[in-house]
Design a protein around this ligand. Structure first.
Ligand SMILES: *[C@@H]1O[C@H](CO)[C@@H](O)[C@H](O)[C@H]1NC(C)=O
Ligand SMILES: *[C@@H]1O[C@H](CO)[C@@H](O)[C@H](O)[C@H]1NC(C)=O
Ligand SMILES: *[C@@H]1O[C@H](CO)[C@@H](O)[C@H](O)[C@H]1NC(C)=O
Ligand SMILES: *[C@@H]1O[C@H](CO)[C@@H](O)[C@H](O)[C@H]1NC(C)=O
Ligand SMILES: *[C@@H]1O[C@H](CO)[C@@H](O)[C@H](O)[C@H]1NC(C)=O
Ligand SMILES: *[C@@H]1O[C@H](CO)[C@@H](O)[C@H](O)[C@H]1NC(C)=O
Ligand SMILES: *[C@@H]1O[C@H](CO)[C@@H](O)[C@H](O)[C@H]1NC(C)=O
Ligand SMILES: *[C@@H]1O[C@H](CO)[C@@H](O)[C@H](O)[C@H]1NC(C)=O
Ligand SMILES: *[C@@H]1O[C@H](CO)[C@@H](O)[C@H](O)[C@H]1NC(C)=O
Ligand SMILES: *[C@@H]1O[C@H](CO)[C@@H](O)[C@H](O)[C@H]1NC(C)=O
Ligand SMILES: *[C@@H]1O[C@H](CO)[C@@H](O)[C@H](O)[C@H]1NC(C)=O
Ligand SMILES: *[C@@H]1O[C@H](CO)[C@@H](O)[C@H](O)[C@H]1NC(C)=O
Ligand SMILES: [Cu+2]
Length: 591
């Protein structure tokens, strides 16, 4: 009650200075109940009764007060993906790192300032519960003073106005993978069987989709050479996925396949759900979508039949626009696109297909022009359901061509270099990001923000404020997917990648020896970055970031089962300038 009064007085204070920054109060109530998604009924976390959660739309500079009422019968926390949390590290939402878990029937108030513009999202950060439906979009409208990159697309006045208008009414398009089992059922089965759960049952667009089971002859015909190379003489399962035992020829881990549950790798049961229809108005020339992957496991390629997409921002930050027909979205990334609405009125299929090697999976939505249709035939695809080009002219986004707008470059002087090993340890489902596996039980330890020695020191790295840090992610062995590595708080630059083992002590040495593996002039700047797939042997990824926000932040793989399996590391940023925690955040429920 005391706390509600406090919010009301802040509201009144802020209404008076509306022009500068507003305080936006966004209360959510989480419930756990059966829901039918993709035609399958299972328990789902609903946010204010909805799945996916409602959008949070705010202006750059706003102060957010995000209240979580947990009415689920289990602990939870909420993380604001990509939000820097400058000066508010206690609102980052990671149990055991920045806060204690929010107990059933209690609440927690997250407060943060929207310093940056762009597309973000909120999601559960407790155990695997992101995969149970707790996620929703965040959009921060850029301040008028922020320079847009749209004149690199066209200088025509009418086109520029149309692009600005499209951006003003940009829409979230959340693409997700979905499982018929809950995250705790999956985790329990991983522990009991020793197997990493790498298949999904459906893809969703804004929460809508179906489970389709491809006929056996089609599965076999679509199986790619990369899938065959691992399958040997086996076939993909009836879910068009690698079976649980494909890694046995390479690894000698203990396993008990009887503990694998139906629908984890095989046992496809078709079911029909609704299809998402995204309506557009052709007279507006452009529409803007924030394509956001909330996936737990599988990376997806998105394409709109007979249309191009101008990718103009990644992870909320502008880039020099790139015109493509298809793009692949690693788990948790956002790709903002302007779509020129140049085609005859009608329905065009939006295709979402698996880009991860282990499974063929797809979904379709409809982009529908308002008005009487002029198109009376099915639209033509750019891509096939096994992630290949369906035409000779299909352009996929080339990540190495992406350049930040305006230009932004990292320092050449680096204070610390960490080499972090990504490996399986002891079991197919246990992982490291560094020297040791970050066990799920550490989520219930004393938060590192309050006690820097609460967990074993080999799971922690420490940095000083206003220094530059290099993180070399070394992928040690074959049969791993691309790992979408997410660092909480501020974004990082992707400065290099390569095949083999990173044998140098620093990036400077590596640049001397192998300059072709680096881009220090126009590197991408983002919050989650894929490691290169280790096809024939180890690979590495080099990230560089500036420490500007003292606090305890997690870095982890955004494949949910990998994070649960320990692919995480605690980063104590700016230990020399550690913040004083507001008293409200020191106690259990936050206030
Ligand atoms: C979902 O439905 C099943 C079957 O009726 C029931 O056993 C289960 O308790 C329900 N779960 C929730 C969270 O309501
Ligand atoms: C829930 O969170 C509380 C507070 O952090 C913790 O003591 C408890 O062990 C957690 N319960 C579970 C089941 O993780
Ligand atoms: C939460 O509150 C509901 C309704 O008052 C009650 O039925 C439930 O037992 C409570 N749960 C816990 C874990 O206290
Ligand atoms: C628009 O004008 C600017 C400034 O002359 C130029 O740099 C840019 O390339 C032009 N854009 C297009 C699409 O031609
Ligand atoms: C793979 O599928 C084909 C076609 O159905 C079948 O002939 C073959 O026996 C299958 N291979 C295995 C190892 O099951
Ligand atoms: C996986 O299991 C199938 C039978 O279910 C067997 O035929 C195959 O050889 C096994 N593969 C490996 C790599 O052990
Ligand atoms: C393997 O899993 C099954 C099913 O959970 C269980 O009944 C069995 O005891 C397990 N076997 C071993 C050796 O743990
Ligand atoms: C996946 O693609 C197949 C083949 O084109 C199609 O029949 C099926 O409807 C698609 N699945 C979904 C869920 O859209
Ligand atoms: C896909 O692209 C390749 C390389 O450009 C081309 O050779 C091939 O014909 C294309 N596939 C189709 C179906 O057009
Ligand atoms: C911090 O955590 C360590 C390890 O659990 C514990 O020994 C120590 O007492 C804690 N310090 C405080 C101030 O709680
Ligand atoms: C690594 O090797 C693969 C082929 O195995 C190649 O496609 C890729 O371009 C190489 N990557 C780099 C950064 O050299
Ligand atoms: C940390 O360093 C950044 C960059 O120099 C600076 O803006 C910020 O104020 C520093 N934070 C603290 C708490 O000293
Ligand atoms: Cu991973």
């Amino acid at each position: 009650m005391k706390f509600l009064l406090e919010i009301r007085s802040i509201w009144i204070l802020c209404l008076a200075q509306w022009a500068s920054a507003a305080t936006v109060f966004f209360p959510i109530t989480l419930t756990w109940s059966n829901r039918t998604v993709a035609g399958v009924t299972r328990p789902v976390i609903s946010v204010n009764g909805q799945f996916p959660g409602p959008p949070l739309n705010i202006n750059q500079g706003d102060n957010v007060q995000f209240l979580v009422n947990n009415r689920c019968p289990f602990n939870t926390t909420v993380h604001f993906h990509g939000i820097e949390q400058i000066g508010t590290p206690w609102s980052d939402g990671v149990p055991g790192v920045s806060q204690r878990s929010i107990l059933p029937n209690s609440s927690f108030l997250y407060r943060w300032t929207a310093n940056d513009y762009g597309a973000y999202w909120y999601h559960a950060h407790h155990r695997g519960s992101l995969e149970d439906g707790l996620f929703g979009p965040i959009y921060i409208r850029p301040a008028p003073s922020v320079q847009r990159p749209f004149s690199l697309i066209s200088n025509g006045t009418s086109q520029l106005n149309a692009m600005l208008a499209a951006e003003r009414s940009t829409r979230p398009v959340l693409i997700s993978d979905w499982r018929s089992l809950t995250s705790e059922q999956i985790w329990a089965a991983e522990v009991a069987s020793g197997v990493d759960s790498w298949c999904a049952n459906a893809f969703l667009v804004n929460g809508k989709g179906s489970v389709t089971c491809l006929p056996r002859d089609q599965i076999n015909a679509l199986t790619t050479p990369a899938q065959r190379a691992v399958l040997g003489t086996q076939n993909l399962t009836d879910m068009a996925c690698w079976p649980a035992n494909v890694t046995d020829a390479t690894f000698n881990f203990p396993h008990n396949y009887s503990a694998v549950l139906p629908t984890m790798f095989e046992g496809c049961v078709p079911s029909q759900g609704p299809q998402e229809v995204l309506t557009v108005n052709g007279s507006q020339q452009f529409v803007s979508w924030d394509l956001t992957s909330t996936s737990g496991v599988i990376q997806m390629t998105v394409s709109i039949d007979e249309h191009v997409m101008w990718v103009y921002a990644i992870d909320g930050r502008y880039i020099q626009p790139r015109q493509v027909n298809a793009l692949t979205i690693p788990n948790s990334n956002r790709y903002s696109v302007l779509i020129p609405l140049t085609q005859p009125r009608g329905d065009y299929t939006v295709r979402v297909v698996s880009a991860s090697v282990q499974q063929l999976l797809n979904a379709t939505a409809i982009m529908r022009y308002q008005g009487i249709p002029q198109l009376n035939r099915p639209s033509n695809p750019w891509i096939t359901i096994n992630n290949q080009n369906a035409t000779a002219n299909t352009v996929f986004l080339n990540e190495s061509s992406v350049v930040p707008f305006p230009a932004l470059v990292p320092s050449n002087n680096v204070d610390q270099t960490f080499i972090l090993h990504v490996s399986r340890v002891g079991n197919s489902y246990r992982w490291t990001l560094g020297n040791s596996s970050y066990g799920l039980e550490l989520e219930e330890s004393q938060p590192l923000l309050f006690n820097q020695t609460a967990i074993p020191s080999d799971l922690i790295i420490r940095t000083r404020n206003n220094t530059w840090v290099d993180l070399i992610i070394q992928v040690d062995s074959i049969l791993q997917p691309a790992h979408p590595i997410h660092k909480h708080s501020n974004k990082h630059f992707i400065i290099g990648q390569g095949n083999g083992t990173f044998t140098w002590n620093t990036v400077a040495e590596a640049v001397q020896a192998s300059p072709g593996n680096f881009n220090l002039l126009t590197p991408q700047y983002r919050d989650t970055s894929n490691t290169p797939i280790p096809i024939t042997g180890p690979t590495w990824l080099a990230l560089r970031y500036h420490v500007v926000n003292p606090g305890a932040f997690l870095m982890h793989c955004h494949i949910q089962v990998h994070q649960s399996g320990g692919m995480a590391l605690a980063m104590l940023d700016g230990v020399d300038a550690w913040p004083t925690i507001p008293p409200n955040y020191l106690i259990d429920s936050g206030f």
